[in-house]
Design a protein around this ligand. Structure first.
Ligand code: URA
Length: 263
């Protein structure tokens, strides 16, 4: 059906609003939020009609994922014999809806084959624009953290993310999106072949260790994809909670000591 609106025009108009700083979709009619709250309270007072047990914000609705999306990703990832082939295979992968809202695939940065591989969560706005991981404020902090123990992306570190496309409004990736893209991440690690993995933040712990709880997990060596892996606070979290930098520093020293011990 022809709605009269050209897709490219609409996309350009949205991009323009984002450039202006709009980060929320607001309807044309005003919303009476007091009335909404009253309705929610009334609904909560109803006898149990299978309410979810979680508190807090509702999880984003999972889009119906073809049952074979993970299988397709697994086959595509396995078939990639090099990092270039893996990147091409991810570029060609059409099953993840995040791809349609993203400007660029964010594959990696740093030196392939470096001893340390950092796995972040998902690209943000800057990363989406530049097609490189960790180039925004969190990335600048990451660079300073690495420099403090003599590492850098120009020669000693390789960096990627669990998800290669930016989730809309930087929302958390959904479990089905993580599961779908995990085969690519696993192959990415195999092909980059680092000695050690640094797992940044809860989403990455979820993807690689199968658990969350970064406050408990951080600084303790675990094993991921057959390699020693150290979970750390995500630099974006450290920007919000600078007091936690003390723990992050301890974890960096632990990483440095392990590298030295490995020779
Ligand atoms: N946060 C991440 O986890 N990865 C990026 O690339 C940028 C911010």
């Amino acid at each position: 059906m022809d709605s009269g609106i050209d897709w490219h025009w609409a996309r350009a108009a949205l991009d323009w609003q984002l450039e202006l700083g709009a980060d929320e979709a607001i309807g044309e009619a005003p919303v009476d939020r007091f009335a909404l709250e009253a309705a929610e309270q009334a609904a909560r007072a109803q006898p149990a009609v299978a309410q979810p047990e979680r508190g807090g914000a509702p999880a984003p609705m999972a889009a119906p994922v073809g049952p074979d999306a993970v299988q397709l990703a697994t086959e595509a990832a396995k078939a990639a014999g090099s990092l270039e082939a893996l990147r091409a295979s991810m570029e060609a992968f059409e099953e993840c809806e995040l791809k349609r809202g993203a400007r660029n695939l964010v594959f990696s940065d740093g030196v392939a084959g470096a001893r340390v591989m950092i796995v972040g969560e998902a690209p943000g706005r800057e990363e989406d624009l530049q097609g490189k991981p960790f180039v925004g404020r969190a990335g600048q902090l990451l660079d300073r953290m690495l420099a403090a123990i003599g590492l850098n992306r120009a020669s000693t570190v390789y960096i990627t993310n669990v998800l290669p496309w930016r989730p809309p409004q930087n929302r958390d990736p959904r479990p089905d999106e993580i599961a779908m893209m995990k085969p690519f991440l696993v192959r990415h690690i195999e092909l980059a072949d680092p000695d050690l993995l640094v797992i940044m933040g809860n989403i990455s712990c979820d993807a690689l260790l199968g658990k969350r709880g970064i406050t408990r997990l951080r600084g303790k060596w675990a094993e991921a994809e057959g390699r020693p892996a150290i979970p750390m606070f995500h630099p974006a979290y450290l920007l919000r909670q600078p007091a936690m930098k003390r723990e992050a520093w301890a974890d960096l020293l632990e990483l440095q000591a392990r590298l030295k011990a490995l020779g």
